[in-house]
Design a protein around this ligand. Structure first.
Ligand code: SAM
Length: 219
């Protein structure tokens, strides 16, 4: 084992010291989502803080959020980028978008625009070189397709990130097709392979949460 395994105790230490605002935001936003029986499959608080830190470091002003759920990652990006910024968030399910809009309105985050429908179709209609940061966190079998569109949409020097790069701990396993969740694991494996092989990207996997594959675009 290389590095230090992340125990519950260490995770709690990190959140207590560095991500309490993100925890409070998550608690607030998830109350409405839980009441609507939405799945709790958002990024974690420490990941939220990391994304915020990263957006500030690169001076991002325009971000694309692929997979809205109840709006947590969108809210985190909106807050980190601040005045004059914009977040476009893509969500397939109207019922998820409705809860996210209510959450964002309550937080006065008016620079987030949620678009409903299939994310890939929406991305195909967007202008090239128009985002500083793109977070891919929707249906896993489409991750490579999202990456291909993201490569067109990202500005030179911008960053593309994909959540769940460790595939719930199964990324290094050989997965039999049609076994439990295999489509998702295989989707992630293909995405990671594409991120690593793409010549216009300088890529890493950050082992935070369920892992984020991140690549800076060198066009
Ligand atoms: C993991 S959740 C996103 C979590 C969110 N990024 C966060 O951390 O707060 C994935 C979301 O993507 C949505 N989704 C799944 N397939 C989609 C598609 N083809 N187009 C757009 N959204 C999709 C799901 O309905 C779900 O709300």
């Amino acid at each position: 084992m290389k590095g230090t395994p992340l125990t519950e105790e260490i995770y709690e230490y990190i959140v207590q010291h560095f991500a309490m605002k993100e925890r409070e935001l998550l608690e607030r936003m998830s109350t409405r989502a839980k009441a609507a029986n939405m799945p709790m499959i958002m990024i974690g608080e420490e990941q939220a803080k990391f994304i915020g830190f990263f957006l500030k470091a690169i001076g991002a002003k325009r971000a694309l959020d692929v997979g809205t759920l109840f709006g947590y990652s969108a809210a985190v990006m909106s807050r980190a980028m601040g005045p004059g910024s914009e977040v476009i968030s893509l969500e397939f399910k109207e019922e998820h978008a409705k809860i996210a809009r209510e959450n964002l309105e309550e937080l006065f985050l008016r620079n987030v625009r949620i678009q409903t429908g299939p994310a890939l179709e929406a991305m195909k209609l967007m202008r090239r070189n128009s985002f500083d940061f793109i977070l891919i966190d929707a249906d896993k079998p489409n991750y490579v397709n999202y990456l291909n569109e993201a490569l067109r949409l990202i500005k030179p020097g911008g960053v593309i990130a994909g959540d769940n790069a460790l595939a719930w701990g199964r990324v290094a396993q050989t997965v039999a097709p049609k076994s439990d969740d295999s489509e998702n694991v295989i989707g992630i494996q293909k995405f990671n392979d594409a991120m690593a092989a793409e010549k216009s990207l300088f890529s890493v996997i950050v082992p935070i949460g369920d892992g984020m594959a991140m690549g800076v675009v060198q066009k």
